[in-house]
Design a protein around this ligand. Sequence first.
Ligand SMILES: Nc1ncnc2c1ncn2[C@@H]1O[C@H](COP(=O)(O)OP(=O)(O)OP(=O)(O)O)[C@@H](O)[C@H]1O
Length: 603
Amino acid sequence: MARRPLPRILSNGGARLARSRELARTASDSATDVLQPLITIARGLRRMASAARRRWTGTPRERRGALLFLVASVLLVVALMPYGPLLAAVALMAAAAWHGRDRPPREPEGPGDSGAQRLTALYEALVPYFFLAEDPDPLYTHGGSWEKAFPAYEFDDTGRFSRLVIHYPAYFKDGEAASRARIEHLLTAKAGRGREYHFGWDGEANHLTLTVLAPLPTDVAAQRFVTAPGETVLGLTDPTQVQRTLPLTHGEERRDVPPVVWRTGVRSTEPHLLVLGRPGTGTSTLLRSIALQALHHGGDLVVVDGGGTGEYACLTGRDGVLAVECGLSGAVAGLEWAAQETERRLIAVNHARQEGRPPPDDTRRPLWVLLDRPTAFTHLADADGRKDPQALLQIPLRHGRAALVTVVVAEQLDAVDALSEAVRQHTRARVVLGPAGADELAGVLGAPPSTTPGDQLPPGRGHARLGTGPVLRLQVPATPDPYDDATTDALRQKVLELLPPRTTPADGEHVPGDPGDPSEPGGGDAPAGPSDRDLDLDEPSPAGEETVLAATVPEAVPAAPTAAVSAPVPTLDGPRPTPREPVPTLDGPQPKHKKSVPTLIKP
Ligand SMILES: Nc1ncnc2c1ncn2[C@@H]1O[C@H](COP(=O)(O)OP(=O)(O)OP(=O)(O)O)[C@@H](O)[C@H]1O
């Protein structure tokens, strides 16, 4: 059947319609331009009329008669004057045009009543700190005015300060931490507790800027961070303090968040990290997060857990995890091996340099030594008359940077005194999690933070300082123990996905199943927690009966760990075992294996 053409109005009606709409718009624009003076005058007349009406209603009744009489007299005079009505009409039009002109919206004037009250109260509170009797023209004085002292202020919807600039006298000792802390403490109390503030001291201009900080996101979970090898994300911080951002996945959406990135390796100026916090503030979580990132970048891990709660059990037997030690003997053996491995690497690198060769491959794989609560072992060793495992950290801490050996120590704040001198001296990257006083923070970080901690800190919230850098607010990404019953399924799955696969055990050793990990044969049904959970700190296993926690090393990197058991280990301090001689451990010599380290401790 032949197609019938559409009616013209339908076939090209759309274009016509658009054209006519365009024409109408142009015509209306031109008309508006032409009639603009009339529109302005009309708007002015309306504004004047409403002003007159307001004036009339605002005039008391008893004076309205007089006002009416005055207006009538003026009108009469004008009417009787030569050209009076004409001049009056011209004047009226001119006045209407003036009042009808477009005016930019007026800035709200002043802080309002409640704002002024807050500013006055704050000003009075600051007087004792900023007043000097000898000052001939004091900026702060009792009964004085705050206008000159607070050049800029902003309030939030609830009427509390969101930003405030405070001008202080030049003689105020802003270079002294104690003086600054007193002012910050006062401002925190006056500006409203329960929020976190940033204090920006501008010593040159004698200005202090108080800014309310938005809470750091607590809903970011462990994930693959877009970082280069040698970079570890400790957590998230404020955009004002860091230039860089990382794209992070948060639920379904992706957003750019400023991270605290810690650089390790040969060029690092702070190659080792100390994490402190009160119990339950998230120090183990941060160590787990670091472990996952280290494994992702191809590092080897030795984990020493003095907490003894099995929070690192999920790492046991994973590719790259050399040992997860919860007992004193295991800890000592693991750390002894790490010290010897550091030396071996150093010497190998030195030889290679002297011979003009690049460093051998088996010195290039980063080795991470993670210690959670090492002071628990110090007490145990002391009671037992055994060697303090912390003493073994001396070499990795002092020489680890050149050997790509990184030490991370997590400890409780009140056990700082029990940390060895070497740990305190060589851990120049510092993190403090959870509530801590300004003095405590300054003592650990070497400088007080420029922000105040809130009253209620979520787990994983704290401060970080890398070397001599600024003190940064920190929120550690949620990286819970996947074997913990309290962990939600979504988070458990996220952490399990980040774990490397299990290494095939050597010597037919059994590597425990992964409860909840569907990829593990029998994993879903396995009892929660592998064997290291059962280790009792108070009862160190007898020599030769220590539970094997980690057994193997991937084939791709045979040299590093194998060296621990079979390669010659020259030392910095003195003679070491001769070639082919196994490194002695507390539990006796180790068997030799071609591709794998059987154990750090004999089964
Ligand atoms: N960054 C975080 N985000 C969300 N929850 C966290 C975070 N850090 C820790 N938590 C939660 O807080 C609790 C304590 O964490 P964690 O075990 O890491 O603390 P801890 O300082 O090691 O305490 P303890 O020494 O008692 O083991 C856990 O339930 C953990 O899931």
